[in-house]
Ligand binder design. Structure first.
Ligand code: ATP
Ligand code: MG
Length: 418
């Protein structure tokens, strides 16, 4: 297995100082699968203090030291080194109450969530794989199975319930029968988990290659009810799952699509409140809510140039093209001739508008706020300047030929100075 030189450097250094080091977790899993590795986690029998000293030249990062983790920075790459540990109790379902540092790699693997995540690799010994739970067998069969009794493991940390579905959707794996039964039975425990942790897993799930299957599992197991406990939810069908999964690979877009099908009646402010309570950032919340609003505009308006120009002015090209893509997936999943016909029109309109370089943004408007002031509008009521600008903008979105300074000012004067 090929490893970056930074990882080899860290493992060598630990070994030279008399310690042992293994590559563990997602990196081993992904290397065995031949998938790109996101981050490299190393387990060691040396204490956190030892590691901090050993790597004092590599800007050691100690925020996780209490749990045994020291981050080190080596030629631009962060590598986490964690002392072998077992853990006890999860009263807040967030961090283990206590961690015990130990010297046995197998005991460290035993606290991990799934067999495929519980493989250790030591490249410097001959048969360097440690795989006490037969994770490699599950890797080749494509199965997500908890290490040990699934009910006990989900009780310990209910986030694992969502992690099982996320990993299955990322890897295209099936969830083992017992593990799945435990998910169905214990999904209410997710209510105890901090929303930040749920958000991180949901975000990874939404960007997974097998998202439709993942959403199907969220709905079938009841897990969806714990992620979205907000009232007024609609049933998610497999068709909805296909539509959401068919959108482009953009987190806020997929979040928007999921929220829209779960809560088709919700207002923009209700959506914003809901996403904020799921701890998405303000920027993500605003973006997702804006996309839902835009999608509703496409859905409920006739395919006219004004609709598209208006959307372009609010959202920009990238988002509008994503929304038309979403509409297309919806039209195909519904196999609705009316929607498919409208979809063709939307594509044509969009291309036409971009080609004709119609003015859509406020910047492209032939007049500015200064022109409006110079024309004597808003002398007594300054708020009329902005209002007049928006009015002119709307005229031009309806008919781009009106985008001339004389014409717009003449029409505005009729309204405001008449
Ligand atoms: P990704 O590729 O998405 O990062 P990952 O498997 O590396 O997936 P991480 O959250 O980075 O996931 O966790 C690293 C490793 O720590 C996992 O592979 C697993 O062995 C262990 N782990 C993570 N979360 C838990 C948990 N809630 N319970 C038990 N073990 C966990
Ligand atoms: Mg990881």
């Amino acid at each position: 297995m090929d490893m970056p030189e930074q990882v080899i450097f860290v493992m060598d250094k630990i070994r030279t100082s008399g310690g042992q080091a293994w590559l563990v977790g997602g990196a081993v899993r992904d290397m065995l699968l031949g998938r790109p590795v996101q981050d490299y986690d190393i387990a060691t029998n040396l204490s956190p203090d030892c590691i901090e000293n050993l790597f004092s030249d590599c800007s050691p990062y100690t925020a996780g030291k209490r749990f045994g983790t020291i981050g080190v920075l080596i030629s631009g790459t962060t590598i986490e080194i964690t002392t072998l540990r077992s853990e006890a109790g999860y009263t807040d379902s967030r961090h283990p109450d206590r961690v015990y540092f130990i010297s046995d790699i197998e005991a460290d693997l035993a606290r991990r969530d799934f067999t495929i995540n519980a493989i250790a690799f030591d490249p410097l010994t001959r048969d360097g794989i440690v795989d006490p739970f037969m994770g490699r067998l599950d890797l080749s069969a494509g199965i997500i199975r908890t290490v040990g009794n699934p009910r006990e493991r989900f009780n310990e940390d209910p986030l694992r319930i969502l992690r099982a579905i996320r990993l299955a959707a990322q890897l295209g794996f099936d969830i083992d029968g017992n593990t799945r039964q435990a998910i169905e039975m214990l999904h209410p425990l997710l209510g105890k988990v901090a929303f930040e942790r749920i958000r991180d897993e949901l975000s990874k799930l939404l960007l997974s290659p097998h998202l439709a299957k993942g959403i199907g599992q969220l709905a079938a197991t009841g897990v969806i009810n714990m992620i979205f406990p907000h009232p007024g939810r609609a049933e998610l069908s497999q068709r909805h799952a296909v539509m959401i999964a068919g959108t482009e690979l953009v987190l806020t877009l997929r979040l928007a699509a999921l929220c829209f099908y779960l809560y088709p009646e919700q207002s923009k402010t209700e959506i914003i409140d809901m996403l904020k309570s799921l701890r998405f950032s303000n920027a993500e919340v605003e973006h997702a809510a804006g996309l839902i609003r835009g999608f509703k505009d496409l859905l409920y308006n006739d395919p006219e140039p004004y609709t598209i120009r208006k959307l372009l002015s609010v959202l920009g090209q990238r988002d509008v093209s994503c929304l038309i893509g979403w509409y297309e997936k919806a039209a195909k999943a519904e196999t609705s001739p009316i929607m498919l016909d409208k979809c063709n029109k939307l594509h044509l309109l969009y291309d036409e508008i971009l080609q004709s370089k119609d003015p859509v943004s406020l910047k492209e408007l032939a007049i500015t706020g200064h022109d409006i002031i110079d024309a004597g509008i808003g002398k007594h009521r300054p708020e009329q300047v902005g209002e007049a600008l928006r009015t002119a903008h709307d005229w031009v979105l309806r008919d781009p030929r009106l985008n001339s300074k004389e014409l717009l000012l003449a029409e505005l004067k009729k309204i405001y100075n008449g």
